[in-house]
Structure formats: structure tokens, C-alpha cells
Design a protein around this ligand. Structure first.
Ligand SMILES: Nc1ncnc2c1ncn2[C@@H]1O[C@H](COP(=O)(O)OP(=O)(O)O)[C@@H](O)[C@H]1O
Ligand SMILES: [Mg+2]
Length: 266
């Protein structure tokens, strides 16, 4: 399982598109869990990292996958030098420490995960640890944040209403043109003038999404593209590696993308 504990002393750059920073702060103050919905690569993880640093809380990021169980989050007994010792999982650590626990792609996790989330996400704010008999009460600084990508349209993998209705929810999408130009320029160091046509390409390709490509070009891929260009990689190679190959494996689709990009850039 991939878990990351980060404690940032510098606040990572995040350009807001709406009232999301205010809403996050209010959710944090009120002890309410928050669900971020949106396509991959649109800024959800960056937003959470930014907010955790702003609020001065340690951040536990868990990338959920389909083998992730409740015990992965809460903890388990481990054999250490002939002894069995309890080892806290990331959720338990975040509760004890008053940190922010971010469950990335939460719908991927096993169903038993929701069972441990329920008492934490209502006004009890408790985490019962069945195996040790402890019942932890979350301090006011603890916050649960989860994200998922509703675009995948997997009926088997959506949150049950009884779970999702415990969260405040924010919809994320790719930033508007001017904001995305500013973000990609800031992240890559490429000038806004050189970034603008790339963002235009992304916005046009997103409008075409659905038939041959599952997901449109993300802000993340634009940052990659601009970073390659900034490093001096020739234009066609940079475009291909960042805006064509990541989107499809099919020769015709890729050719179509290359032609569409050429037509947009002119
Ligand atoms: N609003 C934003 N402000 C700053 N950077 C952003 C923003 N949105 C996207 N990015 C850039 O896009 C990259 C991918 O975003 P990320 O947060 O990892 O996406 P997600 O978690 O939604 O998949 C970030 O690393 C950052 O470079
Ligand atoms: Mg993410």
C-alpha cells in the first residue's frame, strides 16, 4: 500500500478556481469530512497538499486500490523480533496526531473500508479499533478527505449513498483557460505565450472526449508537455510524449490526435 506522510513547511502552489479554499477551511473548522470529485490530473491532490500546509497539519495520503482493506487503514498486529506488536495504519495515525487523512480514489477500496469510515464521518468522530479494543476520539484537528473520479462510470464502483451523504462534496474540473495558462507556466517555467497554444489544444481535445479517448488531456499532462519544451525537447516529440501517447494505444486514434493538434496549432 502506498502511504505518504508529508509535513510541508512551504505551502505548495495552488491557484484556486472558485471558493474551494474557503470551503475546505470551513469543513476543517466544523470537523466535517470532504469529498473531492473530478477527473484525474485536475489539481485535487495539489489542493489537499496546499490546504494541509496552510492549516499546518500533517497529511497522510493513501492511494486506494482494490485490495485495500480496513486493516490497511486502521492497523494490524505485526511480528517483530518474536513479539507481536500493534502497528497503527495511516488513518489511525492521522486520528491520533490530529492530521489530515486523504483517501485518494476511495471508490477503489474494499467495501469494509466504509465501515471504519462511518463512525468517523458522523458527529461521533470516533475510530473503534476492534483488534486492540481501543476507541479513539478524533481531535478537532483531524480531517478526512477523499477523492474519486466519477468519469469512469463504473457502476460497481460508486460510493453508496449512505457513505457519500456523510461528506461535504466539491466538484473539480480543469481550470478555465487563463487560470490553466498561469498554472502550467508557473509549474514548468515556460512563458505564458508558449503555454497558451498548449492549453488551447487541451481544451479542444477535452471537447472531443468520449469516442476514442476515455479522458481528456489533464492539467498534469500539460505541465509535463511544457516542462519538456522548457528543457529543449523538440516540439513534435514533446507533444507526442505528453499529449498523444498517454491518451491512447491505437495507431488510428493517435494519428487523429496528431492531426487535430496540428490543425489547432496551425
Ligand atoms: N489549481 C492548480 N494550482 C496549481 N497547480 C495545479 C492546479 N491544478 C493542477 N495543477 C498541476 O497539475 C498537476 C496534477 O494535479 P494533481 O493535483 O496531481 O491532480 P489530481 O489529484 O486531480 O489527479 C499538479 O502537480 C500541478 O502541477
Ligand atoms: Mg491525485
Amino acid at each position: 500500500m502506498q502511504v505518504l506522510r508529508t509535513e510541508m513547511h512551504e505551502i505548495p502552489f495552488y491557484l484556486p478556481s472558485g471558493l474551494e479554499t474557503q470551503l475546505f477551511e470551513e469543513a476543517y473548522r466544523q470537523g466535517l469530512p470532504l469529498l473531492l470529485k473530478g477527473p484525474t490530473g485536475c489539481g485535487k491532490t495539489r489542493f489537499v497538499a496546499h490546504m494541509a500546509a496552510r492549516l499546518g497539519r500533517p497529511l497522510y495520503t493513501v492511494s486506494c486500490h482494490d485490495d485495500l482493506t480496513a486493516a490497511d487503514l486502521t492497523g494490524r498486529f505485526l511480528l517483530k523480533g518474536g513479539e507481536t506488536l500493534w502497528s497503527d495504519g495511516p488513518l489511525t495515525r492521522a486520528v491520533r496526531e490530529g492530521g489530515i487523512c486523504y483517501l485518494d480514489e476511495v471508490v477503489e477500496a474494499r467495501k469494509d473500508v466504509t465501515v471504519v469510515l462511518h463512525p468517523l464521518t458522523d458527529d461521533r468522530r470516533i475510530l473503534p479499533l476492534e483488534r486492540t479494543g481501543e476507541i479513539l476520539t478524533a481531535p478537532p484537528e483531524f480531517m478526512l478527505v477523499a477523492s474519486y473520479n466519477p468519469g469512469y462510470q463504473n457502476i460497481l464502483k460508486t460510493l453508496k449513498p449512505s457513505t457519500r451523504q456523510r461528506f461535504l462534496a466539491l466538484e473539480f474540473d480543469f481550470p478555465p483557460m487563463a487560470a490553466e495558462v498561469a498554472i502550467v507556466a508557473a509549474e514548468s517555467g515556460l512563458t505564458e505565450a508558449r503555454v497558451r497554444p498548449l492549453v488551447l489544444v487541451a481544451q479542444r481535445l477535452r471537447a472531443m472526449k468520449g469516442h476514442d479517448i476515455e479522458e481528456g488531456v489533464s492539467t498534469r499532462l500539460l505541465v509535463y508537455c511544457a516542462t519538456l519544451l522548457r528543457a529543449g525537447v523538440p516540439f513534435d516529440a514533446a507533444i507526442r510524449a505528453s499529449l498523444v501517447e498517454p491518451l491512447s494505444d491505437e495507431a488510428e486514434v493517435k494519428q487523429g490526435l496528431i492531426e487535430a493538434i496540428a490543425a489547432i496549432i496551425g
